[in-house]
Design a protein. Structure first.
Length: 231
C-alpha cells in the first residue's frame, strides 16, 4: 500500500476496519473526524477499499440447475400452499455461486454491519430476497456465542412478523431462531447445540403470523435466504 509506511500499524488496521465497517459507532465517528483533515489517512482507506473490492473480480458466479431451488425447498420446508416470491434466488444461494459468495463475503456482507463488534466475527451471512427489497445481515462470533442481526432493508407486513430459520447441512427440517427484531440492530445468543452446525448451513426468513409460526415450522412464504460463510 502506498501510504502504510507513513503511519503506524494502528492507523493501517483502523483504516482496514473502517473499510469493512467493523468499527463501533463512536470509533467510526472519531476516525471520520480525523479523515476530514488528513488526506493521507483518506488514501489509506481508499487503498483498502480497492483491495477488498478487487477480490470480487477474481471469481465468476455459477448458476445452478433450475430444479435446485424446488428440490431443496420441498425437502426442508415441505409443501407450502402459499408460493414463495423468491423464485431462482433461493436456489442460487443454496446450491451455487459458492466461489462468488466467498469473495463477496468481505465486500458485500461485512460492510453492512454497523453494530459495535467487540469480538471479530467468525461467520457471516447476507439473507436477501431476489429483488433485494428485504435484506438482513448476520455476523456470528464463536468467542461470544452471539450473532449480530441487522435489518438493512424491508420489514414485516402489517400485523405480521419475520421469522428467522437455521437450515444445517443435511437437515430434514429448519430450526427456528425466533422473530427478526423490529430494531435495526440486535444481538441474539445462539444455543450451544447449534453452534457446531453453522458450517455449510443456510439462513432463511419466512413471513409468519404475529408472534411467529404456531407450528414450529414455516407456515408462510419464504421471503429470503442466504448461505453462512466462515471467515
Amino acid at each position: 500500500m502506498s501510504t502504510t509506511d507513513t503511519f503506524d500499524r494502528d492507523d493501517d488496521v483502523l483504516a482496514a476496519e473502517y473499510a469493512l465497517h467493523l468499527l463501533s459507532a463512536d470509533d467510526r465517528r472519531a476516525f471520520e473526524a480525523r479523515m476530514q483533515d488528513d488526506a493521507a489517512l483518506r488514501e489509506l482507506v481508499r487503498d483498502w477499499d480497492h483491495q477488498f473490492h478487487a477480490l470480487s473480480d477474481e471469481f465468476d458466479s455459477v448458476a445452478p440447475p433450475a430444479h435446485v431451488k424446488a428440490a431443496i425447498h420441498k425437502r426442508l420446508f415441505g409443501e407450502v400452499k402459499k408460493p414463495s416470491p423468491l423464485s431462482g434466488a433461493f436456489g442460487w444461494l443454496l446450491g451455487g455461486g459458492v466461489a462468488a459468495v466467498l469473495a463477496l463475503s468481505l465486500v458485500a456482507v461485512m460492510p453492512l454491519f454497523m453494530e459495535p463488534q467487540t469480538l471479530a466475527p467468525t461467520h457471516t451471512a447476507e439473507i436477501s430476497s431476489e429483488d433485494r427489497s428485504l435484506i438482513v445481515t448476520a455476523a456470528f462470533s464463536a468467542d461470544s456465542g452471539e450473532f449480530t442481526v441487522r435489518r438493512v432493508a424491508g420489514g414485516p407486513a402489517s400485523g405480521r412478523d419475520l421469522e428467522m430459520w437455521l437450515i444445517p447441512d443435511g437437515a430434514e427440517a429448519p430450526i427456528s431462531l425466533g422473530i427478526v427484531p423490529n430494531e435495526d440492530d440486535a444481538r441474539i445468543t445462539l444455543p450451544d447445540a447449534l453452534r457446531a452446525r453453522l458450517t455449510a448451513a443456510t439462513f432463511a426468513i419466512s413471513d409468519e403470523p404475529k408472534g411467529g409460526s404456531p407450528t414450529g415450522q414455516p407456515t408462510g412464504a419464504v421471503l429470503a435466504a442466504g448461505p453462512i460463510q466462515m471467515l
